[in-house]
Design a protein around this ligand. Structure first.
Ligand code: ADP
Ligand code: MG
Length: 701
């Protein structure tokens, strides 16, 4: 069959009338033969076995039984009714039960006729029953295709209520294979199939629906997952190549006095190997003719700020301005101060622009930006406002990108005719291969090394009841001159309750740590920006020893003297949040501690999160656990990436296949960037078809 006829509407298929077609469309998005062919099973049930009723076990199980219905009866209940059938075989009897579609079932079931039933058994009141079994007449069953492993397809309640059961879908797909002679165009070139020992496309499709055995199923899965990921990678890489060709960037050809002066006279420490490597990668990008679009990943505390600063100095050396955007005001202020202090006496004009900058100062900033007097602008979203016009913005750095989402990137873009170079920094590390598939159009740099002399933060888990002991520990640390964070959760849905928790906590801490011996700062979302700031500054200056806060301090705050992080209700935080919070301590030379306080009842996931935090400080390892617990769909900022709509592959579970797919996609494009070679004909045709039918999702905003 030609691929074009796979575009035929499913109504052409025998057994699919307009009603079923409509249901398939609305419930599963299936319009064409092709769509149906690509409705892959969620799982498979081994149906090689028929059970006897006497063999059933009391623990629920999915079983297949041959027998007859002897009696059928509608029983009224308080709410609605249930239809109950007595079902027997030669070893015993059980009940079949329906709560829905009763009329249809009653009219269609035949009494005293052999059926094969399939479903999940229940043991209740001394009797086995099976709700909503799948049923097939034994006569038909015998003649049907023998399927060793029964595919279970995605379904919806509406579908099964309207009689489009798993069996119906399976039959439709069998019909499709019959009509098409089970022949489908090959979509990968022979040399790839050979090299990777891939099943041919037709065989893979057959075995994904009707596997001969486990081995064929595994090979079919591999083939189809590889193919899916291969074409996505091909698309991402193609986009990247064309971006590099088409989008001209400002060439930052020289390293000049700003950079050199800083490097020779102001660098406060030796850069780590990782920082040097990343700077080199950035310099190579900036020096090329193309626009940089780079993601810089680095665990909390790995030293991204100085890399950002030195990149901005390069922009200045080439006569351009730079800006740095942060997701919160506190963080923007922090960056501003870090940059100022790193620059010291250097003649560089840096300004801070946030929502709370006064009109007069704001106007001045606008003027200085346009005249070119201002070299570096640090700020929040405020930087993106229309009125903010640079004379010549050459480099935009976006910190902690998960807070912004991908859309923001393009906003920076439109400020110039030629887009500035863009560096996105994130402290939420995600595994590299995953990063490549989520941010496939970006280049990626990783700072995978912490500055020397850091003592890993010691993390412990304590229960609520032991809070007094924790307080004693805090007292000891404060006596040694340290400072302490106490963090409370803040979750939108229960803001009022959280606020109460925070205030209760603040009161109890104020009681245990009374003035004047102790001074306490408090920062939370309901405060005015200037009050927040004031409290924050008191803590920064060491005037207060304890900072009680919600997660507003989560990102980026750098106070080396703070050595204890207490996290209240730690079970309510996600892993990456816990890791970010912990990253606020361990920034000085002293041993630091993170204490996770929880209630005594923990869900399995919460337990895993806490144990992971106690076990490791490695952000990448934590990210992996996080992914396993939540799936990539929850990764901050990735929801809109579209990568989650994969048909068969799973970027987390199938990471190895993803790597292989990327490797081969790169190899193909390296040798044949425009897919002109005869041997890549299948690739070219398939890629064109996928694009035409929008089957590859658009990843790039
Ligand atoms: P993050 O990657 O979390 O943004 P920062 O840039 O805030 O990390 O750096 C964390 C701390 O480490 C800062 O106090 C910074 O001065 C310090 N630091 C960064 N790089 C080095 C280095 N190479 N050697 C020593 N200290 C460093
Ligand atoms: Mg930072």
């Amino acid at each position: 069959m030609m691929s074009s006829s796979l575009q035929a509407p499913v109504t052409y298929l025998k057994g699919v009338g307009p009603n079923r077609a409509d249901l398939l469309k609305s419930e599963l998005g299936i319009h064409t033969y092709q769509d149906l062919l690509q409705l892959f099973p969620n799982r498979y049930i081994d149906k090689t076995r028929y059970y006897k009723i006497s063999e059933l076990q009391r623990t629920p199980a999915e079983v297949q039984i041959v027998g007859k219905i002897t009696h059928i009866e509608l029983i009224k209940q308080k709410k609605g009714s249930r239809l109950v059938a007595s079902f027997i075989d030669e070893t015993g009897s059980m009940e079949l039960v329906w709560f829905r579609s009763q009329k249809w079932i009653r009219e269609n079931l035949k009494l005293n006729t052999p059926y094969v039933i399939f479903g999940r058994t229940n043991w209740f009141n001394g009797k086995f029953s099976m709700p909503h079994p799948e049923m097939e007449l034994w006569e038909e069953h015998k003649q049907g295709v023998r399927i060793a492993m029964q595919p279970i397809y995605p379904s919806t309640e509406k579908l099964s209520n309207k009689g489009v059961t798993n069996r119906v879908i399976s039959k439709c797909i069998q019909q499709l294979f019959m009509e098409t002679g089970s022949k489908f165009p090959e979509t990968l070139p022979p040399y790839l199939c050979d090299e990777l020992r891939l099943l041919p496309k037709s065989e893979a499709l057959y075995n994904i629906h009707f596997p001969k055995n486990q081995e064929f199923l595994a090979r079919a899965e591999f083939r189809l997952k590889f193919e899916e990921l291969f074409y996505i990678q091909l698309q991402l890489l193609t986009k990247k190549i064309s971006r590099k060709k088409k989008i001209k960037g400002f060439p930052f050809e020289q390293v000049g006095t700003y950079f050199n002066e800083f490097y020779e006279h102001h660098l406060p420490f030796e850069l780590t190997k990782a920082q040097k490597r990343v700077l080199k990668e950035i310099r190579a990008d900036l020096g090329s003719q193309a626009q940089m679009n780079r993601l810089l990943q680095g665990d909390v505390g790995s030293g991204k700020t100085i890399v950002a600063l030195m990149s901005m100095l390069l922009a200045m050396d080439n006569g351009y301005q730079a800006c740095m955007m942060a997701p919160t005001e506190i963080l923007a202020i922090q960056h501003y101060q870090s940059l100022k202090s790193l620059l010291g006496s250097m003649d560089v004009n840096v300004s801070l622009l946030t929502g709370s900058v006064k009109k007069k100062d704001r106007t001045q900033i606008h003027q200085d930006l346009e005249s070119g007097k201002l070299h570096i602008l640090v700020g929040t979203h405020a930087v993106l406002e229309e009125k903010v016009v640079f004379q010549n913005l050459g480099l935009a750095i976006i910190d902690e990108q998960h807070r912004f989402g991908v859309a923001q990137r393009s906003k920076m873009w439109h400020k110039n005719v030629i887009p500035p170079h863009i560096l996105v920094m994130t402290a939420t590390p995600i595994p590299r291969t995953l990063a490549m598939s989520l941010y496939g159009d970006l280049d990626i740099s990783v700072i995978d090394e912490l500055p020397p002399g850091r003592k890993p933060v010691k993390t412990v888990h304590r229960y609520d009841q032991n809070r007094l002991k924790v307080f004693r520990f805090i007292r000891d640390e404060i006596r040694k001159g340290r400072q302490v964070y106490v963090v409370y959760p803040l979750i939108k849905e229960s803001e009022a309750l959280d606020y109460k928790d925070l205030m209760d906590g603040y009161e109890s801490i104020s009681r245990d740590f009374p003035m004047p011996d102790y001074q306490i700062s408090i920062v939370h979302g309901r405060m005015k920006a200037e009050d927040k700031d004031y409290e924050m500054q008191r803590f920064v200056k060491g005037e207060t020893q304890i900072m009680v806060a919600t997660t507003v301090i989560e990102v980026g705050v750098n106070i080396p003297n703070a050595s204890v992080m207490i996290i209240e209700s730690a079970e309510r935080f996600g892993l990456s949040q816990l890791h970010q919070l912990r990253g606020r301590v361990g920034r000085g030379a002293e041993q630091s501690y993170c204490i996770l306080i929880t209630g005594s009842k923990l869900s399995n996931d919460a337990q895993t999160r806490i144990q992971t935090m106690v076990r490791t400080n490695d952000g990448f390892e934590i990210a992996e656990v996080d992914l396993r617990l939540r799936g990539p769909g929850d990764l901050m900022g990735t929801q809109q990436s579209g990568v989650l709509n994969l048909r068969i592959a799973d970027v987390v579970r199938d990471r190895d296949i993803l790597k292989t797919a990327r490797f081969y996609a790169q190899a193909v494009l390296r040798e044949d960037p425009e897919l002109k070679l005869e041997k890549n004909r299948a690739v070219k045709a398939t890629y064109a078809r996928l694009k035409a039918h929008k089957e590859i999702w658009n990843y790039i905003s």
